[in-house]
Design a protein around this ligand. Structure first.
Ligand code: OXD
Ligand code: MN
Length: 601
């Protein structure tokens, strides 16, 4: 087997930050006995350690040094070409019964799966270093914050986890010495990066994740999709909170009135762009700030929903990012950033499709091959990524570290739909909003392997991330309402509707502020709306399109409800519900009937 991750031997004082909790020590001993690493490296996440790991990664070609004048403290990593996205078909939820995993998850029996994974992990770290990463998800003083430990044989994982989580001493301290304390056990091994031996397995009942055979972000940064969403959603149901695939943003009026909004969009549908939105000139004095760009953990307090971002960095899609589409992201990734699978220019800079300016005459593409601009071949992989600390973001919200979270005024569900779904509308109430989220659909993207551009139902953008039975998940959402005296208003948005000519009708990006403004107006009960069968729609003059170069016909098309398209849509809701095989709460079935009836009125 090609040795993909040769052992490294640090000088003393680096890689020896061993915690005292006996449960952690026993678990590490058990995994080391199984995987037989050359040595164990206890990560502390401090600068000296990070510099050492970067230097070793450069020596072992795990990282490529970029031109430090152009992108200071930034590096490029190329993953194996067979390993560039999340693998939903190899992702499993291993609850004791298949019913607990539900109809939308791949399930495998926990006992058999542990045995299979132990077989794969046996001796897997021979000749390699086993890193143990302590980390927390959430601000240090939040009651929602969780402790995790990830064991990995990948330096790339350690370097990324240091950006994406709060890592080291802070986690060891939070865990303390109680051997019964709650913490997540994550084991990752690259094995030989063979797609046939690639499995991402979750054991929610044991708060355990085992991921083998991949080196790609979402499969291996176990804090993110695996803990913060799949295990997180399972814990959230048990403990009475919500773990969601949502960005969180703050929006402040020129008078200083501030609202927070959480928005669920499937992967690669512009969550990072929306979370970093810069209002256009027309909205002078308005400010949008970022709390999080991918995951929200929310709890009820005093009848309101409060959200924290459990992460510490952004792992965002690179292609399409430019000073035009997202200036704050461009500023964020201008330094101290790890790039994965973008192109390398001859002067040591990074390049991707959609970056400002002309393409370079020559570059090295994401596979490491010579590249010149050609019509079909991409220089950067469509799912190439940046990993950057949230503190690089010039629009970071000042309350991002607030343990109690930020109060949520509105929840938005959004998908990528060329037709049917209007630019924006508001659900009638919470239950209707849960129906809206439960039936949302989106065209698939390159964030997961498989066909791109196919419409699939992706309830609450959680289809690949809900760690238990989706029927119980919907019920949990409905139940949360009982504890909310001041519930957020729920909305649907679709920036991606196209006209007959196949072109997008809405300019998107910063102009999405116009839609956000209507949403805020509705929260403040000052925005006008017209009642429609699907919810409240902005009337012709409710959406502020002043100084926007857009045809009135386009606006009408963006907001129209085509009855024929909606008959098809409702039939698809039924098909989707039927495919779930009887797990749906009665209330959602009633919602569907209500929708059908409203179209007949
Ligand atoms: C992500 C994803 O990486 O959703 O955030 O795939
Ligand atoms: Mn995501």
């Amino acid at each position: 087997m090609k040795n993909l991750a040769p052992a490294i031997f640090p000088p003393s004082g680096i890689g020896d930050a061993k915690p005292a909790n006996q449960a952690v020590l026993d678990w590490v001993h058990e995994i080391a006995t199984l995987t037989e690493p050359e040595n164990i490296f206890w990560c502390d996440g401090l600068d000296r350690e990070n510099e050492f790991l970067i230097a070793e990664s450069l020596k072992q070609n795990v990282l490529i040094k970029l031109n430090q004048k152009k992108v200071p403290h930034s590096y490029l990593h190329r993953s194996d070409p067979n390993d560039v996205a999340r693998v939903e078909q190899f992702t499993f939820v291993c609850t004791p019964t298949k019913k607990e995993a539900g109809p939308t998850n791949n399930w495998s029996e926990p006992g058999e799966t542990y045995t299979k994974l132990r077989g794969l992990l046996k001796g897997a770290m021979g000749g390699r270093t086993m890193f143990v990463i302590p980390y927390i998800m959430g601000p240090p003083d939040s009651p929602l914050t969780k402790v995790g430990f990830e064991i990995t044989d990948s330096k790339y994982v350690v370097l990324n986890m240091r950006i994406m989580t709060r890592m080291g001493e802070i986690a060891v301290k939070r865990l303390g010495n109680d051997p019964n304390a709650e913490w997540n056990r994550g084991v990752h091994s690259l094995l030989d990066v063979n797609p046939e031996r690639r499995f991402i397995c979750h054991f929610p009942q044991d708060n355990t994740i085992i991921s083998v055979g991949s080196g790609y972000g979402g499969n291996v940064l176990l804090s993110k999709k695996c803990l913060a969403l799949r295990i997180g959603s399972y814990l959230a149901r048990k403990q009475g909170w919500l773990a969601e695939h949502m960005l969180i943003l703050g929006v402040e009026s020129p008078e200083g009135k501030k609202h927070y909004v959480a928005a669920a969009f499937p992967s690669a549908c512009g969550k990072t762009n929306f979370a970093m939105l810069i209002p256009p000139e027309h909205f002078k004095g308005w400010k949008v700030t970022t709390v999080g760009d991918d995951i929200a953990w929310m709890q009820v307090r005093d009848g309101r929903l409060y959200a924290i971002n459990p992460e510490n960095g952004y792992f965002g899609v690179v292609p399409g990012t430019s000073y035009k589409s997202n200036p704050n992201a461009m500023r964020s990734i201008a330094h101290d950033t790890l790039y994965t699978n973008v192109a390398l220019t001859d002067d040591g800079d990074v390049w991707w499709e959609g970056k400002d300016g002309d393409p370079p005459a020559h570059a090295i593409d994401w596979r490491g091959n010579d590249w010149t601009p050609k019509p079909k071949e991409k220089a950067a992989h469509p799912n190439s990524r940046f990993t950057t600390p949230m503190r690089n973001n010039p629009a970071l919200d000042p309350d991002v570290e607030k343990g109690g979270g930020v109060p949520i005024s509105a929840i938005i569900f959004g998908g990528r739909r060329s037709d049917t779904v209007p630019l924006v509308y508001q659900a009638f109430d919470w239950t209707n909003g849960v129906y809206l989220g439960a039936t949302m659909a989106s065209e698939t993207t390159a964030a997961a392997t498989g066909a791109v551009g196919k419409v699939r139902r992706d309830p609450m953008a959680m289809l690949p991330f809900c760690g238990y039975n989706i029927g119980d998940y919907f019920q949990h959402w409905l139940d949360i309402r009982k504890r909310l005296t001041n519930p957020p208003h729920i909305f649907s948005v679709n920036w991606f509707r196209k006209g007959a000519d196949g072109k997008f009708l809405w300019p998107g990006f910063g102009e999405n502020m116009r839609v956000l403004k209507w949403i805020i107006d509705r929260c403040e009960e000052s925005g006008g709306a017209l009642k429609s069968p699907i919810g409240w729609l902005p009337g012709p003059h409710d959406l502020d399109v002043a100084e926007l170069d857009i045809d009135h016909k386009c606006v009408a098309e963006l907001l129209c409800i085509d009855h024929e398209e909606w008959q098809k849509e409702i039939a698809e809701h039924k098909q989707f519900f039927d495919s779930l095989g009887g797990v749906l709460p009665e209330e959602l079935l009633e919602q569907r009937e209500g929708l059908v009836a409203r179209f007949k009125q």
